[in-house]
Structure formats: C-alpha cells, structure tokens
Design a protein around this ligand. Structure first.
Ligand SMILES: *Cc1c(COP(=O)(O)O)cnc(C)c1O
Length: 488
C-alpha cells in the first residue's frame, strides 16, 4: 500500500486560485444588491440565499479546478466566473428555477396520445370545471344528502358507470394496478389463479402480472404457450385449489402469426362449468369501439360485461380519457366483498379525481359528445385532413423564424395511441420539422425540453419533429416562443 502525501508543502500565498477566490463577492453583499432588483422581489430570502450560495459554490469549484489544471494562474474560465453581471445572471436563473413549480405544463409534440410520462389523458372541460367546484367548497363526498347520513364515495359514480357499461355494480379506486391487486386479494388470496402464458403482461413502471399476483397472495398458474392457449389448457389446470380464472388484455403488445387464445366468452363458460369466477383486466378500458373510427379494435367494456365476466377492471386515464383511476365492474356480491377489504381504504380515490371521473363518464351517454369533448378521444379519432390543416397552421406560425436561421418543414409520419393501447397501430400524421444551422437535432430537443413551458418532440432521421396530433389549441405560441429563443 502506498500512502500519498497531502499537498501540504504547497505555499498558500503562491496558490493562484486563492487570489481569485478572495475576489468573489460575499453572500451578504449580493443579498443587499438584490434587495432593489424587482426581478428578485417575489422570492423569499431563504430562496435567494440558497441560490446565491449555490452559484458561489459553483464559482469556487470552477476557480479551484481552473487553478489546478491550468499553468496560467489567470485562466479564462476562472477569471470569467468572477464577472459580476454573470454572477447576477446565474443567480437570476437559479432563483427563477427555484420559484417555478416542478410539475409544469409540458407541450406534448411526440404524437403519442396517451403518453404515460407526460400525464396520460387531458381532461375534458366539464371535468376541469367540476374539479374546481369541488375543490372550492365542501361536498357530499361521503354524505348521503337524501338520508342525512354517512354515504360511500364510490356510490357517487356507481350509477353512471353501470349505466354506460351495463354492469350491475361498480367500484373505483386509485388506479388499475390497485384495482387488480384489490380484486385478486379479495377473490383469490391463498388460492390459484389461472392465466394464459400469452397474457403475462408487464406494464411500464414495474407492474407485472406475476408480481402483482405474488403481492396479492394468490398463486399464479400459467397455462398454454406464449402464442397459443386453448380451452382445454384451462380445464386441465382447474383443481380444488383454483380460485379464479383471469384474462389479461395484452394491451401493450400484439402476438401475431400462429396464435390462438381463449375468448372471454369461452372462459366464462369454463368458469361456469366449475363454479369459478372469471375476471378480466382490460387495461385500457374503452366504452367506444375504435374500429368504427378506422382505428384498431380494442375490446370494449360493454363487450366484457356482456360476455359475462364476474369482474372487469380498467384504467380511468388511458382510452377512457379521464383522470387516473381504477374502475372495477362486477357482480354485486363480489363488489360488496371488495368494498369490505381493508385494502380499499388504502387505495381509495380522492375527491378531485372522483369529480373529474364523474364528469368524464357522463359524457359517454352520447358517444358523439364524448369523442368531441374528451381530448384523448378527439386526438385519436382526428381526421388526417384536420391534422394537415393544423400542421399547415403551425408551419405558417413558425415560418417567420426562417429569417433567424431556422428551417421549418412539413413531414409526413405516424403517431401512436400510447398508454399501452393499440400497440400495432400507427396513425398517419403530419409533423412540423425544425432545424437550425448551428445546432444538432439533439441540441434542439434538449433546449426545447428546457423551455418554459417545456416542449417535448421527437427526432426522426436526424430531424427534430413536432407531431401536431397531440399539440393543443393555443400551444403554437408557446412552441414559437421557445423555438425563437434558440434561434439567436
Ligand atoms: C395499464 C394497465 C394496467 C395498470 O393500470 P394503471 O391505471 O396504470 O394502474 C394494468 N393492466 C393492464 C393490462 C394495463 O394495460
């Protein structure tokens, strides 16, 4: 082992960095200076102090590394870092970033409609109004106004869910992952649950059917093969330990080619033969048949209910286009059992979500209205002509930036449904391509993401693209403003 000697022999008075470090302004002096600056007036002193300390600390690091690595004591980076207006400018940026909310408006120019990382579904206006109303006052959240007694929050949406789905009873929780866990725990804890090998889905963010099963205390019994599962596979696996037959919608992938799966209807028949309940995890549940709009066929909630499933679960914020929620439909006895499960309390839906969910669900009474008012549905079913018109409008809006060194173009491409739905579908779309002579596509992407609001597009063939399918009305101004700031 060798022990390296510390650099104690170096004469401090000769250290070129020390002189520069001493020239850095102090925290108090900077605070005093900023007291008169209107740009800092809204920020609390603690925020200012932290911003100043961070900027000064960063300067010290630059000076130390500059002094250590350069032979010339007055290295440019180290000296530049002392420029007073630059210090103030950096403090301004640090304060602005500390004062801005972390969760912020982000323009989705990716063309992925149900983008889980960008918040999945945008709410219809009626849902937003309802959230504001409920957030603003007390409500009958758990109070039955007619009887003047305690009520159940789930009952507020049960009637509308049953009306649009045809289910006899319903219940809602925080999200679909919670719904699946709760149902398995209630119906099949300590028992075997039979699932096809072709349906052992993993959803992004560590939701895997086998893992959820393990957490719920149910035992997974896999049947069939990855591409083919037959009714006899289920029948042979059923024994006195079996508690449930589970079908999982393979929402985020497709198995094509030599395939065969057991339909929900067949599974319900098999369940009836042996007196076993049948559950379907629909994932991206939808009340409307997308194949009628020229999109991929996704099983509808009504079809699953009509096929006789004892339990059906799905998300509120995927193809339904509402808030994050897990919706459970089922036979009244089973829903009753689920309500008694203590997990229900841990997974309960909050009142603002409930408000948004109720308003969104009401729109499905009239499919035309739902498709027009629910942004997710509007963006998915939008015609290519409308997309073209929007792309041309955005193109014209950005065209003046050509004078500042930008190039704007129209590019035909394809969008995706996202959110683990319609995985094989690509929707024809038109994108606006943007490039700048002095910047790479990756550079543009990074700067657009750093904008306020942030803009997230995509890169194809080395060109930065913005898919107009998911750009909302009024966002062209934001895009233009952020993009203009890169052009200089
Ligand atoms: C998305 C999905 C889930 C999880 O739903 P969340 O609402 O995101 O919790 C579960 N199962 C399937 C099949 C899904 O597609």
């Amino acid at each position: 082992m060798t022990i390296r000697q510390s650099n104690g022999s170096r004469d401090k008075s000769l250290d070129p960095g020390q002189a520069l470090l001493r020239r850095l302004p102090g925290v108090d002096r900077l605070l005093f200076e900023m007291a008169d600056d209107p740009l800092f007036s809204g920020a609390p002193k603690s925020v200012l102090t932290t911003a100043i300390r961070n900027v000064l600390e960063n300067r010290r690091r630059i000076i130390r590394s500059g002094a250590a690595s350069k032979s010339s004591p007055e290295s440019t980076t180290a000296k530049d870092s002392l420029a007073h207006d630059r210090i103030i400018a950096d403090i301004r940026i640090a304060v602005a970033s500390a004062m801005a909310e972390n969760l912020r408006h982000t323009v989705n120019a990716t063309g992925v409609v149900v983008h889980t990382n960008l918040g999945r579904s945008l709410l219809p206006e009626s849902a937003i109004r309802h959230i504001l109303e409920i957030a603003n006052g007390y409500s009958n959240l758990e109070f039955n106004l007619a009887r003047g007694k305690r009520g159940l929050r789930y009952e507020l949406v049960e009637d509308i869910i049953c009306e649009v789905s045809g289910a006899p009873a319903a219940m809602v929780v925080n999200n679909n992952a919670g719904a699946v866990l709760l149902c398995l725990d209630t119906v099949a804890k300590g028992r075997e649950v039979i699932v096809s090998r072709g349906e052992l889905v993993e959803i992004g963010g560590a939701f895997r059917i086998p893992d959820v099963m393990a957490k719920s205390g149910a035992h997974l019994i896999e049947v069939g093969s990855t591409n083919r599962t037959h009714p006899k596979d289920y029948r042979q696996a059923i024994c006195d330990q079996t508690g449930l037959l589970l079908k999982v919608h393979t929402s985020n992938y497709g198995i094509v080619g030599f395939t065969s799966s057991v339909s929900l209807r067949e599974l319900v028949e098999i369940g009836a033969e042996s007196g076993l309940p049948v559950m379907e995890d629909l994932g991206s549940g939808t009340f409307i048949d997308f194949s009628r709009y020229g999109l991929a066929k996704e099983p509808t909630v009504q079809e699953s209910v009509a096929a006789g499933a004892d339990i059906v679960t799905f998300s509120g914020d995927k193809l339904l286009g509402g808030p994050q929620a897990g919706i459970i439909l089922g036979k009244p006895e089973i829903i009753g059992e689920i309500r008694k499960n203590p997990f229900t309390r841990a997974l309960r839906i909050d009142k603002l979500t409930l408000a948004a969910l109720e308003s969104t669900l009401r729109l499905f009474r009239d499919e035309k209205e739902a498709v027009a008012a629910i942004p997710t549905l509007e963006m998915l079913t939008c015609s290519i002509d409308t997309i073209k018109t929007r792309a041309q409008a955005l193109f014209r809006f950005l065209a003046p930036l050509e004078k500042k060194g930008a190039h704007v173009s129209l590019v035909e491409s394809s969008s995706r449904a996202g959110g683990g739905s319609m995985p094989l579908l690509s929707l024809p779309t038109v994108c606006v391509g943007m490039s700048i002579d002095t910047m790479s596509a990756a550079g543009i992407d990074e700067r657009m993401r750093g904008g306020t609001p942030a803009v997230v597009g995509r890169i194809e063939d080395d060109l930065y693209l913005m898919d107009v399918r998911t750009i909302r009305p009024g966002e062209a101004e934001i895009i233009s403003r952020v993009f203009e700031s890169l052009c200089r």
